[in-house]
Design a protein around this ligand. Structure first.
Ligand code: TYC
Length: 114
């Protein structure tokens, strides 16, 4: 059986190829970034309203979503604020800790690989 490389060329060059083969080239370099969960931890001292504020301002949640996540953390001890690439997750964790300490609340926030 004859195989002249590229298929389907209408045989213009007498090679048996028509030049209409499906393009199947893949890009070798782009890799999906690893994702990280940003977790909020419960404590007995941080006011609920403060946690809701953080979820709205730092994590872009609506009032309703923020209350849901805050209550989940309050009841279960830990909850997910969002899932981000490493640098974004790291930045959000730092923002939560900095903002909480500035207001003298012990709120803890951490990240873990998905
Ligand atoms: N447990 C806190 C309270 O009763 C509220 C709270 C919720 C604190 C979520 C932290 O991540 C947290 N005031």
């Amino acid at each position: 059986m004859k195989d002249s490389g590229d298929n389907n060329d209408d045989n213009k060059d007498g090679s048996g190829n028509t030049g209409t083969g499906i393009v199947t080239k893949t890009r070798p370099k782009t890799k999906k970034p690893s994702l990280y969960k940003v977790l909020l931890l419960n404590d007995d001292y941080t006011p609920m309203e403060f946690v809701v504020h953080i979820l709205e301002k730092i994590f872009g949640k609506s009032r309703e979503e923020a209350v849901d996540v805050m209550l989940h953390v309050h009841r279960h001890g830990v909850g997910i604020c969002g899932i981000f690439t490493f640098e974004v997750a790291e930045t959000k964790v730092a923002q939560v800790i900095e903002f909480s300490r500035r207001h003298q609340h012990p709120l803890q926030c951490t990240m873990e690989k998905e």
